[in-house]
Design a protein around this ligand. Structure first.
Ligand code: SF4
Ligand code: SF4
Length: 197
């Protein structure tokens, strides 16, 4: 309890204020009713449940959040946000924590999901939009990914799916740049270095 009080103190408030400022989420308004967790379709797979995420932010437990599997398991479906009676913005907070973790040196709890997230952002920066074919190829070329997919049998499934999509004309082999690429890159640049503040 004393340790908890210590964390909630200045350090906790600093982190809470930063996350509230960066996301616009009304984290202080949470009264732990757990509706977000009860509504979440994947909370059973999370080590820190959505309502606990909000509590941890209030308490300044940043490192535990960035090391959690929750931030990678979350589907960003926003059901939690919709169900929250206080409009806390749970999904926005989790999304923000995921971005913080991706930019930090913390070893992610769900490495393949973390690598996928990073690859997605890299492709977005390159083209201003994501071409599925290029993104999956870039993802596969990241260290260890192809080996893991081969072992689990996912690689074969993906190849068969790719062939089916290609035959139906739904897989575009050449990427095209978005007209809004400069704006997208500017937004991404503005969001860099949040951890350094
Ligand atoms: S639903 Fe809203 S108020 Fe209730 S625990 Fe979740 S974030 Fe807090
Ligand atoms: S956004 Fe994430 S935490 Fe919220 S309900 Fe969807 S999967 Fe659960």
């Amino acid at each position: 309890m004393n340790a908890e009080r210590h964390i909630i103190g200045e350090r906790g408030n600093h982190f809470l204020n930063r996350v509230e400022g960066d996301t616009g989420a009304n984290i202080s308004a949470c009264y732990q009713c757990e509706r977000c967790t009860n509504a979440c379709p994947v909370s059973i797979f999370m080590d820190i449940k959505p309502h606990q995420v909000i509590r941890y932010v209030q308490m300044g437990r940043r490192d535990e959040l960035l090391k959690s599997s929750t931030i990678w398991v979350c589907l960003s479906c926003e059901t939690c946000t919709t169900y929250c009676p206080n409009e806390v913005g749970v999904a926005e907070v989790i999304n923000h924590l995921r971005n913080l973790a991706a930019k930090s040196s913390v070893e992610p709890a769900e490495r393949p999901l973390a690598v996928f997230h990073r690859t997605f952002l890299e492709e977005l920066q390159r083209f201003g939009r994501v071409n599925e074919f290029w993104m999956i190829n870039s993802f596969n070329l990241k260290p260890g990914i192809l080996k893991e997919k081969w072992k689990s049998g996912v690689l074969k499934e993906e190849m068969l799916l790719g062939i089916r999509l290609f035959k139906k004309g739904r897989l575009h082999l050449l990427p095209s740049k978005s007209k809004g690429i400069k704006r997208i890159r500017k937004i991404m640049k503005q969001n860099e270095g949040i951890l350094d503040r």
